[in-house]
Structures are given as structure tokens and as C-alpha cells.
Design a protein around this ligand. Structure first.
Ligand code: SF4
Ligand code: SF4
Length: 374
């Protein structure tokens, strides 16, 4: 295992973090708790959960394991979360912290996330006077929380604005080998601002293991696409922790082996990924952002085209794509949109700008149909 400094927090964390969002719910809580103990033996020292994960069982599973690990409490870090939309006052924020502490069998939390910020309005809600952040600061003063951090699905320029406000010590965001061009501005802003950067979704929501054959170009000789995707995040200096949702001991072994032998992702590796993306999958949006400012209707073209990648890359069915679009409306790429696909007037300006020469108008037409069926 390799260990990295977590921004300015003054602690060293394992490059691989335990994400508590993919337990096998056919197993008992006790069986799933074994995974945390196993991961600790393998050198993992960052354990991340949230209320609601795994049908709300994740914090309870963590609680069983953390109780058994309590003799070593100062050797690992526990992280959980609360949404400002739920905890919209300082008192409610404290209530959320106390509830998590109880479930996790801990006296204190090392990291507490202002969770799942999908719009600047939600960020402002968290930061309002007497709101969640104020409540968390009070918990911090009392020693219930060591570090206040944020998790977000915002685009890079908005993450940069939050970093510049300097209220947190770390940020959790979805970044991986497939989407890094789109996310990199936020990663760099956080890293340069002295934040710890935690990558969630390093396997693209399970897409990389599921489509290993199609994504063979991600891997260098002798490795699998999954290993390459983990290596990309683990070896990246800007990413502090790569959070992986473990379901089996074998998953833990794979991630820890990659971290142990972590060769840096070379420029050659990055070029291979990029060139293969454009050569073999030139129908995908690379997230370059060149189309972002040209739409007079304010349609977030790059976000729509990133969402469309699921069809271009993975040939999902229409039913799955409608579900995905619904997810993007509520949680993902399309949360903050001022206009929707159906607002397109087919002026063609975005297509003229598109570095991938995508048939954006046609794709938006399809996506408008999916949106109409949500
Ligand atoms: S074609 Fe549609 S999406 Fe593209 S710039 Fe024109 S109105 Fe916007
Ligand atoms: S210019 Fe094309 S490839 Fe780049 S973000 Fe826009 S749609 Fe995607």
C-alpha cells in the first residue's frame, strides 16, 4: 500500500480507500463487516460510508467492524456524510452527526462530508448562517468531528469557486480514467488549493468491469482495464484517495496489489487512452468543453453529450438510457441545467465547435425523447 498526505490535514491516508456503498446485501451485516477488517490488514486506513448507502445498512455494517477495530482507533480514519437539504439547520446537522456516531460506534469522526452538492444553491444552503456548516463547526470545536469536507458532482469551474472560499480541507468527487478530461479542472483546483482529493467512482459506476472487453485499450500490457483504471487514480499525484466500493475480499486484493506495485500512469499511457478513445470510440464526447459557451439557449451541451456517452460507449437499451437520464436530472450531469434538450433550435453552432465532430443536434433529439419519457 502507498500512503499520501491528505492535503493540509496533517495525516497520511492509504491511496486506496474503503467505500461502503457496494456491500453484498445477500450476506449478513456481520459477514460484510469482515471486509473492513480484512482491508485494514491489507493496509487500508480510510473507511468511507454514508447514511442511506446499501439500503441504509452501510453505517451499521461499519459500526460492527469499527467496534472490533476500536483498539486501533488512532490508526485509521472514518468518514461519513450528511446532506444540507436534510440537515438544513445547525441543530439538525448536529443531530445527523450524533446519529452517525452512534451507528458507527465511534466517539469521533475523522471526516464529515457536506454531502452531494449538485448545485451552487445547495452549497449556499449548507453555508447559510445557522445552517449545516455552522452546526458542523460547533461539532468540530467539541471534538466530535476532526475535519469538515465536501462531496460534489459540480463541474470543475464551480468546484474551483468552492475551493476558493476555503471552508473545507478536502473534496470528494467522481473522477476516473474515462471522465478525467471533464473533471480535471476541479481536481487541479482542489489539489493546488491544498485540499485532499478523494476520487469516487474510479470504475465509472461499475461500467469498466462490466465492459472490460470493449475497454481493453485502457490497459497497458499485462494488466486488465480494471487494474488500469485503479492505477490511473492511485498513481495520480493530484488524487489522494481512490475510493472503491468493495464487495469481496478479492476486490480488496486487486486494489491493494495495484496500489502496492503502482507504476505511475505515464504520458504514454495517457496518450494511449486518449488516442484509443478517439480512434476506436470517436463517437464519444471527451468533455473538452469547447462547445460550452456557444449555445444561446443555454443548453449544457457538453453535459448532455457526456450523458449520451452511455449509449455511444456501452450501447445501453432505451429503457436503461431513460433511467440514466432521470438519474442525471436528479443527481448527475443535468441537475443544474437552465435549458433542456428539447429547447434546441438546431442552429448548429455547437457542432461547428465540437472537437469530436459529434452529431449533437441528432443526439439532443434522441435525448429529448428520453426526457419526455421520464
Ligand atoms: S444546435 Fe442546439 S444545442 Fe447547439 S448551439 Fe444551437 S441551440 Fe444550442
Ligand atoms: S466540444 Fe464536443 S467533445 Fe467537446 S465537450 Fe462539447 S460535445 Fe463534448
Amino acid at each position: 500500500m502507498i500512503y499520501k498526505e491528505y492535503g493540509r490535514a496533517g495525516i497520511k491516508v492509504s491511496a486506496v480507500g474503503f467505500g461502503g456503498m457496494r456491500f453484498d446485501l445477500k450476506k449478513s451485516n456481520e459477514e460484510n463487516a469482515e471486509l473492513l477488517l480484512y482491508a485494514r490488514e491489507k493496509g487500508v486506513n480510510y473507511f468511507d460510508t454514508a447514511p442511506g448507502y446499501c439500503e441504509d445498512k452501510s453505517e451499521d455494517i461499519f459500526g460492527i467492524a469499527l467496534d472490533r477495530m476500536s483498539d486501533y482507533r488512532d490508526e485509521f480514519y472514518v468518514s461519513t456524510k450528511g446532506m444540507p437539504t436534510e440537515f438544513d439547520t445547525a441543530d439538525k446537522a448536529r443531530g445527523g452527526v450524533e446519529k452517525s456516531l452512534k451507528r458507527l460506534n465511534c466517539d469521533y469522526l475523522d471526516f464529515y462530508h457536506v454531502w452531494c452538492i449538485r448545485s451552487m444553491a445547495q452549497y449556499e444552503l449548507a453555508m447559510k448562517k445557522g445552517g449545516q456548516y455552522d452546526g458542523l463547526m460547533k461539532c468540530k470545536e467539541e471534538g466530535l468531528i476532526k475535519n469538515i469536507v465536501i462531496s460534489t458532482h459540480l463541474p470543475g469551474n464551480k468546484i474551483e469557486r468552492i475551493i476558493n472560499d476555503d471552508n473545507f480541507v478536502g473534496v470528494l468527487m467522481g473522477v476516473n480514467i474515462l471522465n478525467f478530461p471533464y473533471r480535471w479542472q476541479g481536481v487541479e483546483a482542489a489539489y493546488n488549493g491544498g485540499y485532499g482529493v478523494v476520487a469516487m467512482n474510479p470504475l465509472s459506476g461499475g461500467m469498466i468491469p462490466k465492459f472490460e472487453n470493449e475497454l481493453g485499450y485502457l490497459a497497458a500490457e499485462g494488466e486488465t482495464p480494471v487494474e488500469a483504471a485503479i492505477r490511473f487514480c492511485v498513481s495520480c499525484p493530484q488524487i489522494t484517495i481512490t475510493l472503491i466500493g468493495f464487495t469481496t475480499k478479492q476486490h480488496i486484493d486487486t486494489a491493494c496489489d495495484v496500489a502496492a506495485g503502482s507504476k505511475p500512469f505515464t504520458q504514454e499511457d495517457i496518450e494511449r487512452v486518449k488516442s484509443n478513445v478517439s480512434e476506436n470510440m470517436n463517437a464519444i464526447c471527451t468533455g473538452c468543453g469547447y462547445c460550452m459557451k456557444c449555445c444561446e439557449k443555454e443548453i449544457p451541451v457538453a453535459n448532455y453529450m457526456q450523458a449520451y456517452n452511455d449509449k455511444a460507449m456501452f450501447h445501453k437499451s432505451e429503457k436503461e438510457l431513460i433511467e440514466e437520464t432521470k438519474f442525471h436530472h436528479e443527481w448527475g450531469l443535468l441537475v443544474d441545467r437552465k435549458a433542456s434538450a428539447a429547447d434546441c433550435i438546431q442552429c448548429g453552432k455547437c457542432e461547428a465547435e465540437c472537437t469530436q465532430h459529434l452529431n449533437i443536434i441528432e443526439r439532443l433529439g434522441e435525448m429529448a425523447e428520453w426526457e419526455a419519457k421520464i
